[in-house]
Design a protein around this ligand. Structure first.
Ligand code: HAM
Length: 434
């Protein structure tokens, strides 16, 4: 007998209804926050040309791309992130779009990664990007929007924080240590691996990037910096990167998110295209990998064939946040969507049950109407699993009396209403007459 093929391919995900409830809860927080901050939704194809995804070149992500050939021998790929696609779409209409633009999407992404906690081969990623605005107000709006979504999900500054740094600041510090710009990109990539590989391996990577022993020791001393003031003190003259970071911290405080932001020299980001401020959000206990990450990227539009234009954005994945919400018990409350179950004892009550269901549905109440007559025991066993908020069960006596008993399943309370009154005014379900 052949092995049954019941699971998805390794690292890919099925979403059963319980999983969908969590996914929808997360997606709702994302789209409500994006809407409240005035981001315009966009979407794009999941399949991209391999050339576009590789053009940024050399990064870890390029090795993780799922590639295939179509029947005409074209090299194609499943997108690993949305940013190159966004850059190509914007570059294609750069002459007609009114900049700055604020765009958002939730994109299914594929990366052939080594599987670990919070890391799958398929994930959904909420993206917020602002293109064509140089001022640090763009970083502030993006972070405030993402923090609004985190708060909506019940994760305030006591549970999650954004760690902020700047590649421009790191570049200024490296220059002040005598490390020329041509070594910076490789240095950033090596330093981003801290925590994932040992310091000895990092030293070897820095050596391979062209740094001598003295420079490597200086880089490690730089990473011991704890505060922005300490970083500023190490730079001889006034630093534009420090000024931008200070402006960002002041703006986020004005938004009311001051406690959600910390300076962290260790945030480098693995993607090569970032040029300025970079950030990653983590749970306070640091049990998980980053919840979201992003930063300013000034060269990507030009690298896909557009005019040079500044941009800033972030990607917020559904996997890590889902694990954190589960761990911290912040899952959506069962019955939160107000679902009403209606059942009946005999076929003779079906018409009344159906009329009640339709009256409630027309009034906007979600209703699950029984598909066949059932014994009360079987009906209440089915509806008591946490999915429903209310239940109404119609028997011959109820129809004869013209009354229904409404059970609120979340607290097991019960009240009685006239069937005709409830059909005429389904809001009585929640506000029974005193
Ligand atoms: P990223 O840091 O590669 O950035 O991914 C952003 C977020 O997506 C991560 O913080 C994580 O939550 C989630 N994520 C990434 N890979 C996986 C995976 N294998 N499994 C589960 N979750 C994952 C970017 O992708 C940038 N394009 C973000 C951006 C947008 N920068 C500017 N605009």
């Amino acid at each position: 007998m052949s092995t049954p093929l019941l699971g998805p391919p390794r690292g890919m995900r099925d979403f059963y209804p319980d999983d969908m409830a969590l996914r929808n809860h997360i997606f709702r927080a994302w789209s409500e926050a994006a809407g409240r901050f005035g981001f315009e939704p966009y979407d794009a194809c999941v399949v991209e040309t391999l050339e576009l995804l590789k053009r940024k070149g050399g990064e870890e992500i390029a090795e993780q791309i799922y590639t295939f050939k179509d029947k005409s021998d074209r090299d194609l790929a499943l997108r690993a992130e949305m940013t190159p696609t966004l850059a190509r779409m914007v570059a294609a209409r750069q002459n007609t779009l009114a900049f700055p633009i604020k765009w958002t999407t939730t994109a299914q992404c594929f990366r052939y990664e080594r599987m670990s906690r919070g890391r799958k081969r398929e994930h959904y990623q909420w993206n917020l990007d602002i293109i064509g605005e140089d001022g640090v107000a763009a970083e502030a709006e993006i972070l405030a929007c993402a923090l609004t979504a985190l708060n909506q999900l019940g994760l305030g500054p006591d549970l999650a924080q954004v760690h902020v740094n700047s590649r421009a600041l790191l570049a200024e510090m490296l220059l002040s240590l005598g490390i020329p710009q041509e070594h910076h990109a490789a240095t950033f990539l090596a330093l981003d691996k801290r925590g994932k590989i040992g310091d000895e391996e990092i030293r070897a990577l820095l050596g391979a990037a062209g740094l001598n022993a003295e420079a490597i020791a200086a880089v490690f001393r730089m990473l011991a910096v704890q505060t922005l003031d300490e970083a500023a003190a190490l730079l001889a003259q006034t630093s534009p990167a420090v000024a931008r970071l200070r402006a960002l911290f002041a703006l986020l405080a004005a938004y009311g998110f001051g406690e959600s932001l910390v300076f962290d020299i260790a945030v480098i980001r693995g993607l090569g295209y970032y040029t300025g401020i970079v950030f990653e959000a983590f749970d306070r206990a640091r049990q998980f990998r980053a919840l979201f990450g992003g930063g300013r990227y000034d060269n990507l539009l030009a690298s896909v064939g557009g005019r040079p234009m500044t941009a800033v954005g972030l990607g917020f994945g559904d996997v890590v946040i889902g694990e954190l919400l589960t761990e911290t018990g912040k899952l959506p409350a069962p019955g939160a969507d107000g679902l009403l179950a209606i059942g009946y004892m005999d076929q003779a009550q079906q018409a009344a049950a159906l009329a009640l269901a339709q009256a409630c549905r027309k009034a906007g109440r979600p209703v699950d109407l029984a598909l066949h007559a059932d014994k009360p025991r079987a009906f209440f066993a089915r509806v008591g699993t946490g999915r429903f908020q209310y239940a109404i069960y119609l028997g011959p006596d109820d129809i004869a009396r013209g009354a229904v008993r409404v059970k609120r399943l979340t607290d097991r309370s019960e009240h009685e209403l006239a069937l005709a009154d409830l059909c005429a005014n389904p809001a009585l379900l929640e506000q029974p007459p005193c």
